[in-house]
Design a protein around this ligand. Sequence first.
Ligand code: HEC
Length: 191
Amino acid sequence: MMFGKVARIAGLAVAGVAMVTLAGCGGGSSSSSSGAASSSGGSSSSEASASSTPTAPATPPAPPPLTDAQKKELLSQLPAAYQNADLSNGEAKFAVCRTCHTTAQGAGDMIGPNLWGIFGRKAGSEPGFSYSDALKNAGWTWDADRINTWITNPHAVLPDTKMSFVGVPDANDRRDIIAYLKTQTSPPPAS
Ligand code: HEC
């Protein structure tokens, strides 16, 4: 009864299924079942050659998350304005940077260079990354204020930079991004 109702509602689709089901159950009454002739043919049983050993994942294991005390310790190494940065806003706003940059140690370059150790690193000095001449020859060492000016508008700082990014207009967002960047690119302090 219920079945009938459903069948009526579902219409053709159910009818189609029903037909298939019936054919299957009917023991192949419908003509040429190809069975007998070729049934016992040796299934090609050779096991797939074990040539491909699974390769180890390329990314190193993620380090344990920083404690609040460690984050605070790292922020205390930045100028006063960064002490009360909003790290979760920084993480959210850093998403745009992540399209081009990794931050973890040894995580490799993408469109932009890996940023591990960026605080205190000489501009344009990540080995193996193909920088613009402009950044390679910039001559400064990155600190919070330099990064702040940089991400306000990279092309205003170096017109020939390869960093194709318009910049972060909001000063609080920049502060939060830089504070977050500090926590992500520095060796964890002993807690
Ligand atoms: C579209 C890709 C892209 C985005 C988005 C981007 N960057 Fe970059 N970034 C680059 C490239 C490419 C370079 C190298 C520039 C050059 O060689 O002139 C660079 C360079 C840098 C450098 C200097 C690195 C060094 O080794 O001297 C810093 C710091 C930096 N970016 C931070 C950021 C931050 C923070 C953000 C987000 C607010 C960001 N970038 C967004 C591509 C990007």
